[in-house]
Design a protein around this ligand. Sequence first.
Ligand SMILES: C[S@@+](CC[C@H](N)C(=O)[O-])C[C@H]1O[C@@H](n2cnc3c(N)ncnc32)[C@H](O)[C@@H]1O
Length: 316
Amino acid sequence: MSKISINSVEKNIKGLWNHEPYVKKYKNAKYTNKNPELSHMLNRLKTVNKLLKQNLNKDTNILELGFGAGQSSSLFLKEGYKYTGMDISKSLVNFAKSENKKFIKNRLASFYVGSMDKKLKFKSKQFDAVVIIGALQYVMNLNGCMKEIKRVLKKEGILILAQSNSFAIMDIIDPRKFIRFLIRVFFREEFMYSYSTTLKSIILENSGLKKFLGVKGNEKWLNTNLFTGGDYIPWNFKGKRRILAYDRIKKILKRHNFQIISYDYGGVFFYRKKNLYLNILFQIMNVFLNGLHKLKIFNFILNRIGSSNIFVLEKN
Ligand SMILES: C[S@@+](CC[C@H](N)C(=O)[O-])C[C@H]1O[C@@H](n2cnc3c(N)ncnc32)[C@H](O)[C@@H]1O
């Protein structure tokens, strides 16, 4: 992949999250068990809420970055925290404002448009907690973002970082996905450019492998069935997302001097599926793997293949 500047990626991300057909789906997405595809998100949110309760008093100040369609803000506000949300999407910020009028009027909630890639518009040492749920993958300026989080956090403040696991078991059990996973790990690929699983995309989206094979992209063999078979799922924006998995997140946190207070894998290995039989099988697997996780000896592997990586952190 060619080098893309932070500004152009940010512009494309902003475009994606203000693209009404895309954002509309998001606004309508209810995180409930009735919506199988989103039930692992519900689990992730519940885990973050539990961790907030364990680490914070009520009526403390929370800042959420990349809050999305407000599934988390309404939960945190109901819990009694003072909530500030910032998101790159004007459309989502307006939506959150319209959904939370009462809290805004009572000065318990405020919502701003802003980017994690830029200096935050908040005072130093303003917040007891900063929360990021499933949004760090869009941040290109990680150094700047981490520094800004530390600046706005109070001395004893915490960061809760909850991200989907790019190397979750769900994303590596299919043979093509497994090849993609191995290549991403081997070549230490930092970004993903689509969810495609064709061998052609896997090769072309990996700068290390592309260079190793000396591939330009217009080779005839790349268009043969062997390389084009599988799912070709391009994104509807020109951009990239950071590949975030257990060890990668830990490395970022260590580099920025955050100390891990606790960790949770989100309690789910296999997401719910619409297909009844697959769903039953996956639920059995979840019970089995969650049981193994309690034994601790398998945690080295299980923490790396769960659906989420949720860290509670303190700044050093
Ligand atoms: C996958 S959604 C997650 C939303 C929400 N946290 C949740 O878990 O439902 C990612 C969110 O991050 C926001 N976002 C992406 N890049 C951002 C940036 N650079 N600064 C602030 N928000 C950003 C998007 O607008 C979107 O609302």
